[in-house]
Design a protein around this ligand. Structure first.
Ligand SMILES: Nc1ncnc2c1ncn2[C@@H]1O[C@H](COP(=O)(O)OP(=O)(O)OP(=O)(O)O)[C@@H](O)[C@H]1O
Ligand SMILES: [Mg+2]
Length: 351
């Protein structure tokens, strides 16, 4: 019998393409060869797809891969993807990969894939809209204001005044649709507010200004199985920097994570997992997701960052929490694929 051809899609057009390369190569390396036939599919910076020889995924950067594409890889059309693979394991992060764009293409092609559908993926990427939905569902979120670039350019002084009246310092500024802490700034005073806003506007057409949460940060991986979302064990994050920065996330040995949490009591951890499930459902997530947030000293649980995908490097939350549940990377990857196949078989219209 022919094995399911699993396309591991990596690279992409977003600011997180290097992170994607790390995730994708780890997924590729750990895919169970007995059950699946893994095919590395590279999306270049212009959104073009290539079937690449496996040797290329061990390149250090997406630039190294891109330079060798013409000679060593095979360009395929979007429609041609259907001839190459039976299933897409989406290892892209950020815009165009995690936000519903690629999911839309896969729906048109009739290819099943990991993670939520078009709408939920778009919601998972947009911190402003997702907060509105979570709030309406009675889920705690931080206080925030969205400042559009036009508003900011038209009246900087007025915008700063309004923000200073609304928030106390420190506060956070962030692009609404990024990941890996890209464009995020911890703003300590009025003088640095301009810088924080301008940094976020390098990445998007608006900036989300958010109250600072002083508490324990957590991350909860949710897996859908048998039609129900199930949380894995919770992870507590203790960043080495003032907050969980890009370097904290990806530099080896940089940041300590505790699975299960060390400084969050077990009852609170259970309550957090229940809240994470509520957020997963409220946003219409399917397949899997990663719900991040804060546990405050007064016992409140606030959800700051529900993600419709997760980093999948060796030391990611995803594999750390899977290990805690006794699953090797290959085991959880297989489960994710098998569950996604069931989900896509049961859908009516796009997921
Ligand atoms: N309101 C807040 N209060 C305190 N810390 C915050 C707040 N918002 C963000 N942070 C810190 O900044 C980090 C990055 O922010 P956030 O999770 O919103 O960004 P992201 O880029 O979507 O991250 P991810 O890579 O997890 O998807 C968080 O992990 C947290 O440490
Ligand atoms: Mg995020």
């Amino acid at each position: 019998m022919q094995k399911l051809r699993v396309g591991v899609i990596l690279g992409g057009m977003s600011s997180e393409r290097e992170v994607s390369l790390n995730s994708g190569r780890n997924v590729y390396d750990n895919l169970d060869r007995e059950a699946f036939d893994p095919i590395p599919i590279f999306m270049d910076g212009r959104g073009r797809l290539w079937v690449i020889p496996w040797q290329l995924i061990s390149q250090n950067t997406t630039t190294d891969i891109t330079e060798r594409l013409e000679r060593e890889a095979r360009r395929i059309s979007y429609e041609g993807l259907k001839e190459e693979i039976d299933f897409a394991f989406i290892s892209l992060h950020g815009k165009f990969g995690e936000d519903g764009c690629l999911q839309g293409l896969l729906e048109l092609l009739g290819l099943p894939y990991t993670g939520p559908g078009v709408l939920a993926s778009a919601l998972g990427m947009d911190k402003h809209i997702q907060q509105m939905i979570l709030k309406a569902a009675g889920i705690g979120v931080p206080e925030s204001v969205l400042v559009r670039e036009e508003t900011w350019r038209a009246d900087r002084a007025g915008t700063i005044k309004a923000l200073c009246e609304r928030f106390r310092f420190p506060l956070f500024t962030k692009p609404p649709r990024e990941g890996s802490s890209i464009g995020v700034t911890l703003v300590r005073d009025e003088a640095s507010l301009v810088q924080g806003i301008e940094e976020a506007l390098k990445w998007d057409k608006a900036v989300l200004v958010e109250e600072f949460l002083d508490g324990k940060e957590f991350s909860s991986i949710i897996l859908e199985e048998g039609g129900e979302p199930h949380p894995l064990e919770l992870t507590e994050i203790t960043p080495q920097s003032d907050y969980f920065t890009y370097d904290d996330k990806y530099m080896p040995g940089r940041c300590r994570k505790f699975t299960p949490p060390k400084n969050i009591p077990p009852e609170a951890a259970e309550a957090i997992k229940r809240e994470a499930i509520l957020a997963f459902r409220a946003l219409g997530f399917r397949s899997y997701g990663r719900i991040d947030g804060f546990y405050l000293a007064d016992g409140r649980i606030l959800i700051t960052d529900p993600n419709s995908s997760s980093g999948m490097a060796p030391s990611s939350f995803f594999f750390e929490q899977a290990a805690c549940a006794g699953m090797l990377p290959a085991m959880i990857i297989s489960r994710l694929i098998e569950n996604a196949l069931v989900i896509h078989r049961g859908k009516q219209g796009p997921l």
